[in-house]
Write a protein that binds this ligand. Structure first.
Ligand code: 13P
Ligand code: SF4
Length: 348
């Protein structure tokens, strides 16, 4: 399989770039021309030169690449089943319905003069477009703080989709007290909140989460600290607020890798994120102790859908002139989603 993938890549040459997210398995990531967190990969997609961008990641990342790619470039997701359970927790019809309720409460107009909608990259293109059209933007785990600053300067109130944990962690770091952040439950009338609570809130957080990161608990931090005195706990901001409060560092996948790489030999780290990243960092830093914050089931099963077989199939088809599994965002959605993504790329 390795030989076939390498041969197909060599035949395609500069016509094809393979982008790989850090959660991809070793057998796949070794073929990535560029690996990164979702922010870096979106920059790479925007700069790609060839005709094909093969995205070893999940659906929302490939959609973003298609929005940012030049006309005529094709984005391929080797397995269309590589979705994201968090992104699936917010459907555009639910978001539109929530917004209408906020408009009816007089908290904003439809253009977003009273509330700035910000969506995490981990959302559908339609939700990105929704935010772009209402004066909002996209953010990733590496620039959420800057996005919050920007939105608070704009009108002081944020509607954050779809990850309540990233929203809460970022809002808190930016100085918003917990009681000024409320959770919007899309399955309840008025999000399950009183009009007064919604009026007072500086951040309205969508009730979504990552099933991988939400598994980490504060007691896992206590346990590794007890077992490994001096260990540094580094976590992804999709972890619960209670976990992040106990950690020594919080950041995107790129950040977590960089911190370990730059630490002196002999350092110890417990990392709270997807297991493929943790295992790879451990392998790449043999002079340091790198362990997972908790070893019960922190695999992203959808990232894992991208297998060498799928990658091989996608590349060999490109060699034969067939574009399989192309991710194509509709033009009307692309227009506003691009606005929201460009605003993100401009803030740093
Ligand atoms: P990063 O942007 O930090 O790579 O995170 C993406 C993601 O899906 C984490 O679960
Ligand atoms: Fe989605 Fe969580 Fe997987 Fe990231 S780790 S792609 S947020 S399910």
């Amino acid at each position: 399989m390795d030989g076939r993938i390498a041969a197909a890549k060599a035949t395609l040459g500069s016509e094809c770039i393979v982008l790989g997210h850090h959660y991809q398995r070793d057998e796949v990531i070794r073929f990535a021309d560029c690996r990164g967190d979702s922010h870096r990969l979106s920059q790479m997609a925007a700069q790609a030169k060839g005709s094909y961008i093969v995205f070893c990641g999940v659906h929302f990342m490939a959609e973003s690449a298609d929005i940012l790619a030049r006309p005529g470039q094709a984005v391929v997701l080797p397995d269309l089943n590589a979705g994201c359970s968090m992104a699936d927790m917010a459907e555009i019809s639910q978001v539109e319905d929530a917004w209408e309720q906020l408009v009816n409460l007089g908290l904003t107009d439809d253009e977003g003069s009273g509330i700035t909608p910000i969506t995490y990259m981990n959302s559908t293109a339609a939700i990105k477009a929704f935010c772009g059209e209402r004066g909002g933007m996209v953010c990733t785990s590496s620039n959420a703080k800057a996005a919050f600053e920007w939105a608070l300067r704009r009108n002081g109130k944020i509607f954050f989709l779809p990850d309540q944990h990233l929203g809460r962690n970022t809002g808190y770091a930016r100085g918003i007290p917990l009681d000024e952040m409320v959770v919007w439950d899309p399955y309840m009338l008025q999000g399950g909140q009183t009009a007064e609570r919604l009026r007072k809130a500086k951040a309205i957080l969508w009730k979504g989460h990552c099933s991988v990161h939400q598994r980490f608990l504060p007691e896992h931090v206590d346990k590794v600290r007890a077992n490994y005195p001096g260990i540094q706990v580094m976590v992804h901001p999709e972890c619960r607020w209670e976990v992040c409060q106990k950690a020594d560092g919080i950041g995107s996948t790129d950040y977590l890798i960089k911190v370990v790489r730059q630490a002196p030999a002999g350092s110890s780290f417990a990392i709270g994120t997807e297991i493929h990243l943790v295992n790879r960092v451990a392998k790449e830093n043999p002079d340091k102790r790198v362990i997972t914050l908790d070893d019960s089931g922190c695999l992203c099963t959808t990232m894992f859908r991208i297998s060498p077989q799928h990658l091989c199939w996608a590349l060999e088809n490109l060699v034969d002139g067939n574009v399989v599994n192309q991710i194509k965002v509709k033009d009307n959605v692309k227009k506003w989603a691009r606005v929201a993504l460009d605003r993100m790329l401009e803030i740093q």
